[in-house]
Design a protein around this ligand. Structure first.
Ligand code: SF4
Length: 453
């Protein structure tokens, strides 16, 4: 049996981004941020200045002001006003949890740190209870913002995994990180804990676009975080960028990609913004670049990454040779993985199971037992395998598909596949069915046709 992958969902963020519908609990409401007017820097505190944090959701007492230059909150040596703001917002988040109970329904008086540690214990217990001592060769901390956990907390979870699974030597251990939540010390700590791949959610290197997206970090903070990760000994660093953003030009995007590639990274993910209902951006859609501009952005990232020696290996992912994300490849190859934590899905032997979709539900007694099961019929399973495989440049290996299902992918799905082969969107190369570069642009259409068969 092939070694499997382990995914751990860390559903905490310091603040919810304007476009995000992932399962994550923000410790600070957008309203608090508004009060602090943190986006444009104009509210950076001046000596002796007080900020009113009583906005209905955040402040301790009506009309109360908090002197953030009261000695304990004064900036540390070398700290910028942005750093101070971040530190303040984090402290405020803890305050909100302690006084208001937080929206994740922690126990009365529980702080954000208490909730996180209760969550970590539940996560470790789930790892222990559900594992059967399987061999695993990838671990992925995703979120949310895993870098909101301390190195000690990450180390505790890795120890639980090592205790429950046979973790291969040389296993890939990835952690997603928000640039604003790391320090040289925490990065060294994660490295010591065994994390050997770090993936930064940078999204843009333009401050006005970061503000539009509601990100907590600046472009400079992102540049610094990548440098600090290198200094901490990470030699496998990924950056996520987004395109198709409000007001973003093709030149902006090309500049971001070029600069990100020059930061000494080995992996780049480039995602087109999608507006999701129920998010601030999805509910009040801003004007976005038109279709031609978006196509030009797709092309720009392909050209710039190739020029920098990166190869595309999945629709949205580019890497230096050998630096592809081994964990994510398991999803696209439709291999087995365990998912632990709130809202996490597992796929084992063709059966998918999902955990409770809220933190409170997950923490409830037995909440982490898979709450949902999905066992697709053979036909649907084949369609899903084909669709997932087609996300990658290696495509669907026809012999592998035949060995797995006893059926040729091309025969079973000829109604969906043949027209795209004829149109040059799909091709058969070296026993593999795969998307052409034209096909990558129209991938959604092709997958929809396959799933509809
Ligand atoms: S940091 Fe990531 S998971 Fe958290 S709110 Fe922003 S996009 Fe969502």
């Amino acid at each position: 049996m092939k070694p499997l992958g382990i995914y751990l969902h860390i559903p905490f963020c310091r603040r919810k981004c304007a476009y995000c519908d992932f399962l994550s609990e923000a410790s600070v409401s957008p309203k608090v941020i508004e009060t602090l007017n943190i986006r444009d820097g104009s509210a950076s505190p001046r000596a002796g200045e007080t900020l009113n944090i009583r906005d209905g959701s955040a402040s301790p007492r009506a009309g109360e002001t908090l002197n953030i230059r009261d000695g304990s909150a004064s900036p540390r040596a070398g700290e910028t006003s942005g750093d101070l703001q971040s530190r303040y917002v984090e402290a405020l988040g803890e305050e909100i949890f302690a006084r208001a109970g937080g929206s994740a329904s922690p126990r009365a008086g529980e702080t954000g740190a208490d909730l996180r540690s209760r969550y970590i214990e539940a996560l470790c217990e789930e790892v222990d209870v559900r594992s059967g001592g399987e061999q695993a060769d990838t671990v992925f901390f995703g979120g949310g913002t895993p870098s909101m956990l301390s190195p000690r907390e990450i180390s505790r979870i890795i120890a639980a995994i090592r205790g429950a699974f046979k973790l291969s030597s040389g296993a890939e251990i990835t952690m997603e990180a928000n640039p604003d939540t790391v320090t040289p010390e925490s990065l060294s700590g994660y490295r010591e804990a065994g994390v050997n791949r770090i993936s930064f959610g940078v999204q843009s290197l333009q401050d006005h676009l970061l503000a539009e997206l509601g990100r907590i970090h600046s472009a400079d903070r992102a540049r610094l975080a990548v440098r600090q990760a290198r200094d901490a000994g990470f030699d496998n660093i990924g950056v996520d960028l987004m395109f198709g953003l409000p007001g973003q030009t093709v030149a902006d995007w090309r500049g971001d990609v070029r600069e990100a590639l020059s930061l000494g990274i080995s992996h780049l993910s480039a995602y087109e913004l999608t507006l999701e209902k129920g998010t601030p951006m999805g509910d009040n859609p801003p004007p976005l670049p038109d279709e031609d501009e978006v196509v030009a952005m797709w092309e720009a990232v392909a050209v710039e990454t190739a020029r920098a020696g990166f190869a595309r290996y999945e629709v949205s992912n580019y890497a230096r040779p050998g630096r592809e994300c081994r964990h994510n490849l398991k999803y696209w190859r439709d291999e087995d993985f365990f998912g632990f934590g709130a809202g996490a899905w597992s796929s084992l032997g063709g059966i998918r199971t999902g955990n409770a979709r809220t933190i409170a539900g997950y923490l409830a007694e037995d909440g982490f037992r898979p709450a949902e099961t999905d066992q697709p019929d053979a036909r649907k399973k084949m369609a899903e395998t084909l669709m997932l495989n087609l996300r990658t440049t290696e495509g669907c290996l026809e012999s592998g598909f035949l060995a797995r299902y006893g059926e040729h992918a091309l025969e079973g799905f000829s109604g969906a596949v043949a027209p795209h082969l004829a149109e040059g969107r799909l091709e058969r190369v070296a026993g593999s069915l795969r998307l052409t570069s034209k096909g990558f642009m129209l991938a959604n259409e092709i997958w929809a046709d396959i799933l509809a068969i």
